[in-house]
Design a protein around this ligand. Structure first.
Ligand code: PHE
Length: 349
């Protein structure tokens, strides 16, 4: 009996090693270990053997069964691995092929398109693009921008503070990048900074998160005339070649003097029905951004980076991308930009 078991085991082992597919292997498992197979039958019949033979026979049969079990499992894994490989190879899809039928690719969101359009204008004027952190320290967002310790914008009612992080805020404007850009590079510096900003505001004309583009130029002999000329070129590129700009006095802690910049209204006024122009309210001017000459106090914060207020001057400006997009395309409600209504978005393909 023990020889028979050894012979069976050898035969089964050879067959398993030679099995070429999982299906073949399964057939072998049934043949050698299934309910009607010889080896399990030997095990079931142990009780009928001579008492002296029961021990050695049972042991041999058990060992043979365990060895075969393990062998089949191992061979099974091998075969499955190879078969998976084969299936994967047979199923390769060239994902770079066009769809059938080709799907339309969609288009940029109005805000993205507007941001890029504005970037293009300033790239053409010799500015480069920089980006910075949206989670910002109070130092960059307020202190180094010459905000007095009591400035109202610092209020927790206006600014999102990051809890448990000390003096950390969600930046309320892109202006902190003025400081970071100057720290990173000595003058001359011509940079614009697009990005998200955050304020605790929410109504028809304000969302808690919106987008700005900051501009900063620092060089020798920069004057307010350079600011005006630059913004005139910008306004004409975005709103049409016949636009004019005007500067109105204003206040920002980090520019002196500070100005608000208006562009002449670009709506057709002559053939209008007798109601007021919805863009300029018949004033002829539309406010587009805040700006000014860099306050010498601001240069004081970056003096060790080569910014000597006696030697260089600069202008800075900051505009809301939403506002530019809405003005240019006559979008009546800010929230349309965030609703993801395809009927709205598809108008700006
Ligand atoms: N950071 C200002 C704001 O968000 C705009 C601004 C930028 C003003 C640069 C002057 C210079 O209102």
């Amino acid at each position: 009996m023990i020889e028979r078991i050894a012979a069976l085991r050898a035969e089964a082992e050879a067959a398993v090693a030679a099995a070429g597919t999982s299906a073949e292997l399964e057939q072998l498992r049934v043949r050698y270990l299934g309910r009607k197979a010889e080896l399990p039958n030997v095990l079931r019949g142990i009780a009928q053997l001579e008492p002296a033979q029961r021990g050695p026979t049972g042991k041999a049969a058990n060992q043979a069964r365990q060895a075969l079990d393990a062998l089949i499992a191992a061979r099974g894994e091998q075969l499955a691995g190879g078969e998976l490989e084969q299936r994967l190879r047979a199923d390769v899809v060239d994902v770079t092929l066009p769809g059938r039928p080709p799907q339309p690719v969609g288009h940029l969101h109005l805000l993205t398109a507007t941001r890029r359009e504005i970037e293009d204008v300033f790239l053409g004027l010799g500015f480069r693009i920089a980006e910075g952190p949206e989670v910002e320290t109070v130092y960059y967002n307020f202190d180094a921008l010459n905000h007095a310790p009591t400035h109202p914008a610092r209020d927790r009612l206006d600014t999102f503070y990051v809890e448990g992080a000390g003096d950390v805020v969600l930046r309320t404007h892109t202006s902190p990048m003025q400081i970071r850009a100057m720290e990173a590079q000595p003058p001359p510096l011509y940079v614009i900074v697009p990005g998200r900003v955050y304020r605790r505001d929410s109504d028809a004309t304000h969302t808690p998160q919106f987008h700005q583009i900051e501009g900063l130029a620092v060089d020798e002999d920069i004057t307010l005339a350079d600011l005006k000329g630059t913004l005139l070129a910008f306004a004409r590129a975005i709103f049409g070649p016949d636009r004019e700009v005007r500067l109105r006095p204003h206040f920002f802690p980090f520019t002196e003097p500070s100005v608000e910049v208006d562009v002449s209204c670009f709506m057709e006024h002559s053939a209008r029905p007798p109601q007021r122009c919805r863009v300029c309210k018949d004033t002829g001017w539309v406010e587009i951004l805040g700006s000014g000459m860099v306050d010498p106090n601001v240069f004081g914060y970056v003096a060790e980076h080569g910014y000597d207020a006696e030697r260089v001057q600069g202008f800075a400006f900051g505009m809301g991308i939403e506002r530019i997009a809405m003005l240019k395309h006559g979008v009546p409600d800010l929230r349309l930009l965030y609703d993801n209504d395809a009927r709205f978005l598809e108008q700006f393909g």
